[in-house]
Design a binder for this molecule. Structure first.
Ligand SMILES: [Zn+2]
Ligand SMILES: [Zn+2]
Length: 263
């Protein structure tokens, strides 16, 4: 059976991805309502009941709001670090069936090896993931203000990368809805990656390994999918990395499922 990856949705107000292997079915973040996640899983013929676990990057609501409906009611194990668990339980007023890991640790969920690493973001103990499967290494890198050496090193072997292209700097600066303090937070070293910053990250990590790049976590007001796509594709072309396929993601609907045959 091929390994299948579906970005169920990604954007500033909700993030959730589904990964399926021979033995394992997991969500990476659960940032839509339980009902939305159920509907989006149903659209690919799956149910939350069959999940082996939910991995959490950090406690911001656009990554955890579905836990109210899913994690507790269905008793799906939630994999996260201690500070994230405490923050989630406090915020949502519930008890998780948690499987704790230390940031930087690696562990297995069935036949998926999970590498965790710290990312600079304004949460208690935010992490990124590299999920190693028989078919491919899949990196999750959303919600980070800048890419540290460690981050770059950890995702360098990714064949598939979900990378944040949060905002266009000019659209953010010109935005009328956000107060200056919020803009400053977003642009800070512990905020979010702009399109240009994401292109810099791609340039740093790209190798022959990287086949599929998903641009995620776009701000609805301060970015546009075509803009993010253009900036990153342009950079890939400039550096001659024509083998990397760039895909947009949407807040509103799942991306087509990526099937990864055994290598
Ligand atoms: Zn966040
Ligand atoms: Zn987020």
């Amino acid at each position: 059976m091929p390994v299948r990856l579906t970005i169920l949705g990604s954007g500033s107000s909700g993030n959730c991805a589904y990964l399926e292997t021979d033995e394992t079915r997991i969500l990476i973040d659960a940032g839509f309502s339980g009902r939305q996640i159920r509907q989006r899983l149903a659209s690919i013929g799956r149910t939350p009941e069959s999940l082996s676990g939910i991995l959490l990057t950090h406690e911001h609501s656009d990554h955890i709001q579905g836990l109210v409906g899913l994690g507790t009611r269905l008793q799906i194990p939630v994999y996260c670090n201690r500070l994230t668990k405490d923050a989630v339980e406090h915020q949502l007023k519930l008890r998780l069936d948690s499987r704790l890991f230390g940031t930087g640790a690696s562990f297995e969920i069935g036949d998926v090896s999970v590498d965790t690493f710290a990312v600079p973001h304004d949460a208690h103990d935010p992490v990124g993931f590299l999920l190693r499967t028989a078919a491919a290494n899949i990196g999750f890198l959303t919600d980070l203000g800048h890419a540290t050496k460690l981050v770059v090193e950890r995702v360098r072997s990714a064949n598939v990368l979900i990378l944040e292209t949060n905002h266009d700097l000019k659209l953010l600066q010109d935005d009328l809805k956000r107060p200056w303090s919020v803009k400053q937070r977003i642009m800070s070293r512990h905020g979010h990656l702009s399109n240009d910053a994401a292109a810099d990250v791609v340039e740093e990590i790209v190798s022959a390994n990287l086949r599929h790049l998903y641009l995620g976590h776009l701000s609805r007001d301060c970015n546009r999918p075509e803009l993010a796509h253009h900036v990153v594709s342009d950079r890939l072309r400039t550096i001659g990395a024509v083998h990397t396929q760039v895909n947009s993601t949407s807040q509103d609907s799942p991306s087509p499922t990526l099937e990864l045959p055994d290598r």
